[in-house]
Design a protein around this ligand. Structure first.
Ligand code: DGL
Length: 285
C-alpha cells in the first residue's frame, strides 16, 4: 500500500478551468502527483443550481477518494467552492481540503484608484459565500461585479478542435460585452485599475482581457495563492511527499474527464504541455 504522504492530490473543476490552478500546483509542489478531474459532462456549473453543483462535488470527491486514494482535494472551481465547500468539509473532516474564492482581498490591497472589477459565474456571484466575502471588505474599495453567463462554456468549447473558431469568436464577443458593461478601466481616478478573474476558466482568456482593459490594469487570479495554501496545509498535516523522492518530469499527472476526451487532450497539451496519453475518460461518476 502507498504511504499516505505519497498518495496523489485530487484536483477538480467543471472542466478545463482548473488546469490554470493545476499549473501553479505543479510548479509549487514539484514532488507531488496529481489526479485532475474535469467534469465536462456536467458543465457549466455556473449556470446550474447550487444543489446540482453540491451533488456533483460530493460525488467527485467520493470517486477520487475511493478510486485514487487521494490525500488532499483542491476544489479548483470558484462555483463549486461557493456551493459545496461546507458540505465537503462536513463529509470528509479528515481530508486536506482547499477551495478557491475570487481574489477580492489581494485586489483591495493592490488597487490605487479604489475601484475593482470582478468577473465570475452567476453561481459564484449569487452565492452566500460571495456575499459574505464582499461584505467583509473595507468599504473604501468599490467592487463592480459582473456575472458572466456563457463565458466559461465558450472558453471550454474553444478548446474542442471541431468548434474552436466559432467558440473563440464567441469568447471575444462576450469578453468585449462584459468589459464594456463593467465600466471604465485605467489608472485615472474613478477608473477600475484592477480586474479579478473570479472563475478559473477566465485565466485562459487573460491575454485578450489584458488587451481590452489596457496594460496598466492588474489582473488577479488565485492559482498561486491556492498552490501556496495547499503546500501549507499538507505540511501542517505531515503529508508532503518526501523531498528525497526524485521529482519525475513525466507521469506526475493523470487527467480524467466525464465529457469530451479530445477537448481535455487539446487543453492539457495547449496550456500545460502534457501528453495526450495522460488524459483518460472517467468511469461513470
Ligand atoms: N471554472 C469554474 C469557476 O471557477 C466554473 C465554470 C463553470 O462551469 O461555469 O467558477
Amino acid at each position: 500500500m502507498t504511504a499516505p504522504n505519497r498518495a496523489p492530490i485530487g484536483v477538480f473543476d467543471s472542466g478545463i478551468g482548473g488546469l490554470s490552478v493545476l499549473q501553479s500546483l505543479l510548479t509549487a509542489l514539484p514532488h507531488e502527483h496529481f489526479v485532475y478531474l474535469a467534469d465536462n459532462g456536467h458543465a457549466p456549473y455556473g449556470e446550474k443550481t447550487d444543489l446540482f453543483v453540491r451533488q456533483r462535488s460530493l460525488a467527485i470527491a467520493q470517486h477520487l477518494i475511493e478510486q485514487h486514494h487521494i490525500k488532499a482535494l483542491v476544489v479548483a472551481c470558484n462555483t463549486a467552492t461557493a456551493a459545496a465547500i461546507h458540505e465537503l468539509r462536513t463529509h470528509y473532516p479528515h481530508l486536506v481540503l482547499i477551495g478557491v474564492e475570487p481574489a477580492l482581498k489581494p485586489a483591495a490591497q493592490s488597487t490605487r484608484t479604489g475601484r475593482v472589477g470582478v468577473m465570475a459565474t452567476r453561481g459564484t456571484v449569487g452565492s452566500e459565500k460571495f456575499a459574505r466575502l464582499l461584505a467583509s471588505m473595507d468599504p473604501a474599495t468599490h467592487f463592480e461585479v459582473k456575472a458572466c453567463n456563457g463565458l466559461a462554456l465558450a472558453i471550454e468549447q474553444s478548446t474542442l478542435p471541431a468548434h474552436a473558431e466559432q467558440a473563440q469568436a464567441q469568447v471575444s464577443q462576450l469578453l468585449r460585452q462584459y468589459i464594456q458593461e463593467l465600466g471604465e478601466f485605467g489608472s485615472a481616478p474613478g477608473q477600475m485599475d484592477t480586474l479579478v478573474l473570479g472563475c478559473t476558466h477566465y485565466v485562459f482568456a487573460q491575454e485578450e482581457l489584458q488587451q481590452l482593459v489596457g496594460g496598466e490594469v492588474r489582473l488577479m487570479s488565485t492559482g498561486e495563492a491556492v498552490a501556496r495554501q495547499t503546500h501549507r496545509q499538507l505540511e501542517a498535516a505531515s503529508l508532503l511527499s518526501p523531498q528525497a523522492a526524485p521529482a519525475q518530469a513525466h507521469g506526475r499527472v493523470a487527467l480524467y474527464t466525464t465529457g469530451d476526451l479530445s477537448g481535455l487532450k487539446a487543453a492539457a497539451h495547449r496550456w500545460l504541455q502534457l501528453p495526450a496519453g495522460d488524459c483518460h475518460l472517467a468511469s461513470t461518476i
